[in-house]
Design a protein around this ligand. Structure first.
Ligand code: MN3
Length: 199
């Protein structure tokens, strides 16, 4: 059975960028609902003991009657687990260092250009979804967004950085101002965790 992991910090750790109230609802209600629905769909099948990332890579082999449920709720479980891990308490001038810094500069020209392109992916995602930095098969980094709870794993890409742009992720703090949320969100990115995902 799949389980909601504990947050790697307190509910109020991301304030003032993300409030305690949002974290409580997002983790205890939204993430929990994805896990509950996923478990309901796969209990009693060969998929119930599979690693969540393996499950998402093999969506095509999942029976059609539960495939969309697994796609949405398994994606929701993997995406949120990832999201909690790549954040930490806010830091001023929060920037990557070392290899990931060099790779971002090499691929996108500068860290500022990378941030602009990533935020743009989040801004232009119509409705609900995620913006991602991924590592492709050939090792190249790419930025794109996905609808709903679709994960880069579903198309064979490795998520390196991702931000939830569903309204439930920011509305209580930023109302309809997704741009303000995405702009402040850089302060809580845990670049040490992001760097680990490159290797
Ligand atoms: Mn969410």
């Amino acid at each position: 059975m799949f389980q909601v992991p504990d947050l790697p910090y307190q509910y109020d750790a991301l304030q003032p960028v993300i409030s305690k109230k949002i974290m409580e609802l997002h983790h205890d209600k939204h993430h929990a609902a994805y896990v509950n629905n996923l478990n309901k769909a796969v209990t009693g099948t060969e998929f119930e003991s599979m690693d969540i990332e393996e499950l998402l890579k093999k969506l095509d082999s999942i029976p059609e009657n539960i495939r969309m449920t697994v796609r949405n709720n398994g994606g929701g479980h993997a995406n949120h687990t990832f999201f909690w891990e790549i954040m930490r308490s806010p830091m001023q001038n929060n920037q990557p260092t070392g290899k990931i810094s060099q790779l971002l500069t090499k691929q996108f020209g500068s860290f500022e250009t990378f941030k602009e392109q990533f935020a743009n992916a989040g801004m232009t995602r119509f409705g609900s979804g995620w913006a991602w930095l991924v590592k492709k098969h050939d090792g190249a980094l790419a930025i794109y967004s996905s609808p709903n709870q679709d994960s880069p794993l579903m198309q064979g890409d490795m998520p390196i950085l991702g931000v939830d742009v569903w309204e439930h992720a920011y509305y209580l703090d930023y109302l309809n101002d997704r741009a303000a949320y995405l702009s402040k969100w850089w302060d809580v990115v845990n670049w040490d965790e992001v760097a680990k995902r490159l290797t």
